[in-house]
Design a protein around this ligand. Structure first.
Ligand SMILES: Cc1ncc(COP(=O)(O)O)c(C=O)c1O
Length: 455
């Protein structure tokens, strides 16, 4: 029989996958390989440290039968620890910030963990900060183990003993550049220590979000004021014990926009479905690789799966709300969908045989000033409040007239796939456009709807 003793046996030995379509289009000569940490059983690189920190605690007698594991986490270390807890019969409590995706939060609960959520805006060292909260809960919980992934030596050690050797083995020692992010710093520090021991010429590049302190801290020795960013799991407001910045040759700052764009491109164009931090790293890898030739060998970490972010940057609606969506992906259907998110299918219209009075009442009730005239789901005309009122001033009797007798021309009708550029061009000349999907008018887009998405 072929089987693993438990789920933890599946951790590690993740494959390398070459990037093809994106590098070809960018005319990058150097081969770039993705280290697929998203294929671990908890779908992230952090499974490796979950098991190594618990192994340490069991060996040292810190964690005993029936004990509780308590950790501050952006989610993935929690998932790694929860797998160990499930397999070995421990309880666990994880302290997250409210920036962590709902998917990771629910995943942790599904694995049996208890969750405490702290404000992401709380400053390090204050009682509401997620690390201080985890520490406090562990002090108050008997027979508990607080790994402290930011400082625990078993974190980089896991990567020194597994991630580094795997990359060296699978590239047959050909790796020239290693690119990773810096969260706790465990992945980049442990992996790079092994790789540089094997070949000191290997260059290590850290990719860090704008707003995190690592680049300025490494380049100047000064810890700047952090600013918020949207990518999860990486960057810090303060240096960590496990981030050995001396082993990193260069740190590159990457914007949220670029991180999410790259993660979305990896998913769509290479089939590598990944999280935002992978996008940050891949953006860094591309910047490094563009100056290299075919003799180089660039390896970057795919930190976790895109499934953790389906309601975040993998959703066009979320990207649009954050003003991060690529303009070519803003279609008529998407504008309509987000505009009507609270009340789908709620297009306000009149029929040609309704009266002017009916139309004015509908506009008034719905707080709109122009509506399409629809017959059998086709657009046959339009009415605007100001036009109707002008006509009524001249002849009050028109209140009972049929809409068919007073309506203006139809608003232009565009397909659901119409681009923002097409929509904007029509709105230069018309106050609104209608969106047609499967031969049915489904939405109206006005000038202010477009202004809203371009704030
Ligand atoms: C999504 C994601 N990417 C990257 C990292 C960074 O890894 P490390 O803590 O080893 O620096 C983390 C850490 O939690 C993470 O959750």
């Amino acid at each position: 029989m072929k089987f693993y003793d438990d789920i933890l046996g599946l951790i590690g030995n993740t494959p390398l996958v070459r990037i093809n379509n994106i590098t070809k289009q960018l005319k990058i000569k150097a081969p770039i390989y993705a280290k697929m940490e998203s294929l671990n059983p908890g779908y992230s690189v952090k499974d490796r440290i979950g098991v190594s920190m618990v192994d340490w605690a069991e060996k040292e007698g810190v964690l005993k039968k029936g004990g509780t594991i308590i950790e501050a986490t952006s989610g993935n270390t929690g998932i790694g620890l929860a797998l160990v807890a499930a397999a070995r019969g421990y309880k666990c409590i994880f302290v997250l910030t409210d920036k962590v995706s709902v998917e990771k939060n629910r995943y942790l609960k599904a694995l049996g963990a208890d969750i405490v959520v702290c404000p992401a805006a709380a400053k390090p060292g204050t009682p509401d900060h997620y690390v201080a909260t985890a520490k406090r809960i562990s002090e108050q919980t008997p027979n508990s183990f607080y790994p402290d992934q930011y400082n625990h030596p078993a974190n980089p050690a896991a990567h020194y003993h597994t991630t580094g050797p795997e990359i060296w083995r699978d590239t047959e020692g050909k790796i020239t550049h290693f690119v990773a992010s810096i969260g706790t710093g465990g992945t980049i520090s442990g992996t790079s220590r092994y790789l540089k021991e094997m070949n000191p010429a290997i260059k290590v590049i850290g990719a860090d979000p704008y707003g995190s302190i690592f680049k300025t801290y490494k380049d100047s020795g000064h810890v700047p004021e952090p600013t918020p960013y949207l990518v999860e799991g990486i960057g810090q407001a303060l240096p960590t014990g496990n981030a050995d910045l001396n082993i990193i040759d260069e740190i590159i700052n990457i914007t949220d926009r670029e991180s999410f764009d790259m993660a979305r491109q990896l998913s769509r164009r290479e089939g590598i479905f990944c999280g935002g931090s992978t996008g940050t790293i891949f953006a860094g890898a591309l910047k490094v690789a563009k100056d290299l030739d075919e003799n180089a060998c660039v390896v970057f970490i795919v930190c976790d799966t895109g499934e953790h972010y389906l309601t975040k940057f993998h959703s066009d609606e979320w990207m649009k709300e954050k003003l991060l969506l690529e303009p070519q992906r803003i279609t008529g259907a998407l504008i309509a969908e987000t505009k009507n998110a609270d009340a789908p299918g709620s297009l306000v219209f009149v029929s040609p045989d309704e009266t002017v009075s009916d139309a004015l009442e509908k506009m008034n009730l719905n707080g709109v000033t122009q509506i399409p005239v629809l017959e059998d789901n086709r657009s046959v005309g339009s009415v605007r409040e100001s036009g109707l009122l002008t006509k009524l001033l001249a002849d009050r009797g028109l209140l009972e007239a049929k809409i068919a007798d007073v309506m203006d021309k139809s608003f232009p009708v565009l397909d659901a796939d119409a681009s923002l550029v097409e929509i904007k061009s029509k709105l230069q000349k018309h106050p609104a456009v209608l969106i047609e999907d499967f031969k049915r008018i489904t939405a109206i887009i006005t000038r202010s709807d477009v202004l809203d998405i371009q704030r």
